[in-house]
Design a protein around this ligand. Structure first.
Ligand SMILES: [Zn+2]
Length: 163
């Protein structure tokens, strides 16, 4: 069916367009714009279909079923496009959450130690620091866990900086 092929082509094209955008923020904005544009088209088309049906049945104008069917197909295409864009936007937002802790670490002025993660929140952390910049949890506690099995209190030193 050509119709389904066209739908798939549109969806794939949309996804390709989206993946070609480098920055996640830009992608979110363009996706939101795309959804808004599509919603506008959908509304316009619904009004158009309503007008045609009104003309047909109330004014007795000649409106072919084929035309109405075509309009409905067009509407279905737009709705699939909107759904695809919404799914993509959701994924972008989920993926966008992951690097936040790394950005926080960079803003705090240190690079994370490769392979070392905060035991509390899983963010990339610097093993020479005492506290996780992402969640504020103690990092030393986890590193010294061999001795005491990781009981929580009694490990906070006074003179250590919290940067
Ligand atoms: Zn943490």
């Amino acid at each position: 069916m050509g119709f389904i092929d066209d739908v798939m082509k549109n969806i794939n094209q949309g996804i390709n367009d989206i993946q070609n955008k480098s920055q996640e923020v830009m992608t979110n904005i363009s996706l939101s714009n795309r959804i808004n544009t599509l919603e506008g088209k959908k509304t316009a088309l619904l009004i158009n279909i309503g007008q045609l049906i009104y003309d047909k049945y109330e004014k007795g104008d000649e409106v072919s079923d084929e035309l109405l069917k075509d309009k409905c197909k067009e509407l279905a295409l737009i709705e699939k496009d909107i759904d695809a864009a919404r799914v993509e936007l959701k994924q972008q937002r989920v993926e966008g959450d992951a690097p936040r802790s790394e950005k926080a670490a960079q803003q705090a002025g240190y690079k994370p130690t490769p392979g070392f993660q905060c035991p509390h929140c899983g963010a990339a952390a610097n093993s020479s620091k005492f506290y996780c910049v992402a969640c504020g949890g103690s990092l030393k506690e986890a590193q010294a866990s061999g001795s005491n099995g990781g009981t929580s209190s009694g490990n906070g030193e006074s003179g250590q900086s919290i940067d």
